[in-house]
Design a binder for this molecule. Structure first.
Ligand code: HEC
Length: 148
């Protein structure tokens, strides 16, 4: 019986796992340009940035960092954003077309905050998308679904 072969392949397997572990991008790794930094920045923008509007932030309406649903002064429902990134894109009756999460965020900045929406592809918008997608992380994609 040749015992060398299984040992050799076992060593190769272990080496492979080690190399993968060292080389695979770790999304939670910290650093200035990391995903972790984008999520943190998005979370900070969510609670502090008024986007040049009337002095409110996202958090003024979407409490608990966006995880808690609420109600507008006029009785309108404010949805929880816990699964927002998992239910967009979706058809918006108001817009009369399919909108993305970016479109929705920019709409809330223009309408809700009375501010100036950051450009598509800008760091601010990407950071807000990163934060909201982080809230939805692990939830099943349910396009056109309801906020939870
Ligand atoms: C004045 C209150 C108000 C502010 C401030 C506000 N929103 Fe909203 N937001 C709403 C309301 C009301 C809705 C639901 C109606 C709609 O779709 O416009 C909503 C919906 C959303 C949705 C879609 C959720 C879903 O599943 O339907 C997202 C995403 C969102 N807001 C993100 C943000 C972000 C990010 C900010 C800050 C940049 C923000 N909102 C600021 C009131 C607000």
């Amino acid at each position: 019986m040749n015992v060398k072969k299984p040992i050799a392949s076992c060593t190769r397997l272990l080496a492979g796992v080690l190399v993968l572990g060292l080389c695979a991008p770790n999304v939670w790794a910290k650093g200035p340009d990391s995903l972790h930094a984008a999520i943190e920045s998005g979370s900070h923008l969510f609670t502090t940035d008024t986007f040049g509007g009337r002095g409110m932030t996202c958090q003024s309406c979407h409490s608990g960092g966006g995880k808690i649903s609420g109600q507008l002064a006029n009785g309108g429902k404010i949805p929880s954003l816990s699964n927002a990134a998992a239910i967009f894109p979706r058809y918006s009756p108001r817009a009369g077309k399919v909108i993305t999460l970016e479109d929705q965020i920019r709409g809330c900045i223009a309408g809700g905050l009375g501010g100036k929406p950051p450009a598509y592809g800008s760091q601010k918008l990407n950071d807000l998308v990163s934060y909201l997608t982080f809230l939805s992380n692990g939830k099943p994609i349910d396009m056109g679904g309801k906020p939870k």
